[in-house]
Design a protein around this ligand. Structure first.
Ligand code: PEP
Ligand code: MG
Length: 326
């Protein structure tokens, strides 16, 4: 069994009809980088950088500390891409150090709809600048990509671009080396999925965060037991948003990945490939089972049943339509 898994690790991830499928890994801390290589993933599709900021009693990492953490991952990946997501703090991932604004509203806001992710970064320009400079500095040591969480407005995109330009100018003035990095957006708010072509004028790639996309499309807090049974990735509205995002990004020649839980669930592999997806990012422990799925898929045959699945008007019908094709 060990020999078989070792062979699988080095087997390229290609469908029966010869389509390459990029399998990337999600990490939370630099120490997870070894598991990415061991799993046979071909890069980091999602580095949840907020984990560097959490559980430290409000003492947040400065530019140098972040740079060292990012460089550690980039060097461990030896030229494979490392996608660093800027802090996705707030909601289920609170910071000990809260701003005056958050403290004022602590008891009135719905945290999932509040100051989180890129909204938080844009409200903390000093902190955001430090993070962007740290990421840019790590780009001198390998292939780095920046991923922005919870994008919902074009104005946010413009402010991110300005912050990135400023970070580059500051490093240039300091004589610190960095390279060009691709900029990507998480598609995890329905608004972003519904205006994808506009967003793609400013981004090099997108990554679909299905965990939040499902939560915000269905208005279901998964942690709320009273409604969690309604949190359903098979909901036709969710499947439509995912399919549309993949096909529009493909049509515009921009990279598209899925980095939410659906990417690591073998029940969805065929469906995502049928939608045209060729890049998935998941927990390192899931890479081998997803690769086994990919190796048994015929992507061309799969795409013919996609309309039947998307036409289903209830989650169980979409799931059943897929099962009938097996
Ligand atoms: C997602 O929302 O699917 C995602 C990948 O981001 P996170 O789980 O960190 O919110
Ligand atoms: Mg998310």
């Amino acid at each position: 069994e060990r020999a078989r898994l070792n062979r699988l690790r080095h087997t390229p991830s290609v469908t029966l009809d010869g389509q390459s499928v990029e399998l990337l890994a999600n990490i939370e801390m630099p120490r997870d980088a070894g598991a990415v290589i061991d799993a046979g993933a071909v890069g980091v599709g999602l580095f949840r950088s907020e984990f560097l900021f959490m559980n430290r009693g409000g003492n947040l990492p400065d530019e140098d500390e972040q740079f060292i953490a990012y460089r550690e991952v980039v060097e461990a990946l030896k030229g494979l891409p490392v996608t660093i997501r800027t802090v996705d703090i707030g909601a289920d991932k609170p910071l000990e150090r809260m701003s005056a604004h958050e403290l004022r509203h602590e008891h009135t806001l719905n945290p999932a709809l509040g100051l989180r992710a890129i909204r938080w970064s844009l409200s903390e320009p000093e902190m955001f600048g430090q993070q962007l400079r740290a990421i840019l500095r790590a780009s001198a040591f390998g292939k780095v990509r920046i991923l922005i969480p919870m994008v919902a407005h074009l104005s946010e995109v413009h402010r991110v671009r300005q912050a990135l330009d400023r970070a580059q100018a500051e490093l240039r003035a300091r004589g610190v080396p960095f390279t060009d990095v691709e900029l990507g957006a998480m598609i995890e708010v329905p608004a972003a999925a519904l205006m994808l072509p506009s967003l793609l004028r400013y981004f090099d790639f997108v990554s679909i965060g299905t965990n939040d996309l499902i939560q915000y499309t269905l208005a279901i807090d998964r942690a709320d037991e009273a409604v969690s049974h309604l949190y359903d990735p098979w909901h036709p509205a969710v499947l439509h948003l995912i399919a549309q995002t993949i096909s529009q990004a493909n049509a515009l020649g921009k990279g598209v990945c899925v980095c939410g839980e659906m990417a690591g669930d073998p029940a969805f592999t065929e469906l995502l490939l049928a939608m045209g997806l060729r890049s998935l990012s998941m927990h390192p422990a899931q890479v081998s089972s997803i690769k086994q799925r990919v190796l048994r898929c015929d992507a061309r045959a799969l795409s013919s049943y996609l309309p039947t699945v998307l036409e289903a008007d209830a989650p169980q019908d979409a799931c059943a339509a897929l099962m009938r094709q097996r």
